[in-house]
Write a protein of this length. Structure first.
Length: 292
């Protein structure tokens, strides 16, 4: 259960009668360092170096790729619109959002002192994840914790007319999922039917095969999920109540994935984990924009 998100090497402690998922360690620096070292090397970065700049986007046509960093030592400032918005601590990761989601940088990162870091670009991240796919669970847990905090602060939510259908899995991965899960995982909902309700316990994640699903929070539609898109995965990762409602906007066919199958897919199929992380990074970006 919650122990699936604990990647520390400590001996397992006796389980309490009623475990609280929030008590499980989500981010473990030693695990993150091992992950980065599996595909990257430590390097020294001089004081004043700009790791990346706000709104910057690497051009692969020019053989440049976005990187994410693990901070071994030193101080790094994160700046947005000229003001400091954060400072990664030693053992933390920064710059992962753009590298995972292939999006422009949302902040500038500057070395405040000489630093030692381990960097990975998207190819290195993919290589590391193929060796340690369970690391995706730790990152998902961290991202979901941040997203839930943002959702709690939301006051302005984009109108439904501004939203596009979200897609997570490409046709190839969708075909593999359908073949692997089989017909028994396929469920259908008629137009207008409620699929999940905020506050409920979440036992399943859904992948849209046909149709469209509207995701709403406090009566406002925040996302539309079409074929290849997913919803309901947050509750499977952190075992907290549902954060949103889901209603079938048209007749729908969905793949229903339980937690055991979900965890197995993340741990054994790196492309599944990368797709989820990319989608979560995009949700974080969109939610942060709604807060500003």
């Amino acid at each position: 259960m919650a122990d699936d998100l604990d990647f520390s090497s400590k001996p397992a402690a006796p389980k309490p009668a009623a475990p609280n998922p929030a008590q499980a360690p989500i981010y473990v620096p030693a695990v993150a360092r091992t992950f980065f070292e599996s595909a990257g090397k430590e390097e020294i970065v001089p004081q004043g170096t700009v790791f990346f700049a706000e709104n910057e986007k690497a051009s692969r046509l020019l053989l440049k790729r976005d990187k994410m960093y693990y901070l071994v030592s030193g101080r790094v400032a994160l700046l947005a619109k000229g003001r400091q918005i954060g400072e990664p601590r030693i053992g933390e990761i920064f710059g992962e959002m753009a590298a995972i989601s292939d999006s422009p940088r949302s902040a500038t990162a500057v070395a405040q002192s000489e630093c030692r870091v381990i960097s990975l670009d998207d190819r290195g991240f993919g290589a590391a994840l193929s060796k340690k796919p369970e690391f995706a669970l730790m990152m998902l847990g961290t991202m979901i914790m941040r997203l839930r905090g943002m959702i709690a602060k939301l006051s302005g939510i984009p109108s439904a007319g501004e939203l596009k259908e979200s897609r997570v899995f490409d046709k190839s991965l969708m075909a593999s999922l359908q073949a692997g899960l089989g017909e028994q995982a396929l469920v259908r909902y008629d137009k207008g039917k409620i699929i999940m309700v905020a506050g409920q316990a979440g036992a399943l994640m859904y992948v849209v095969v046909e149709g469209r699903v509207a995701i709403s929070i406090r009566g406002a539609t925040i996302d539309r999920v079409g074929p290849g898109g997913i919803f309901g995965e947050m509750a499977l990762v952190d075992q907290s109540p549902r954060a949103a409602n889901a209603v079938a906007e048209s007749d729908c066919a969905l793949l229903a994935v339980n937690r055991n199958v979900f965890l197995n897919l993340v741990k054994t199929t790196p492309t599944f984990g990368i797709s989820l992380l990319s989608a979560m990074a995009e949700r974080l970006r969109n939610t942060a924009a709604a807060l500003n």
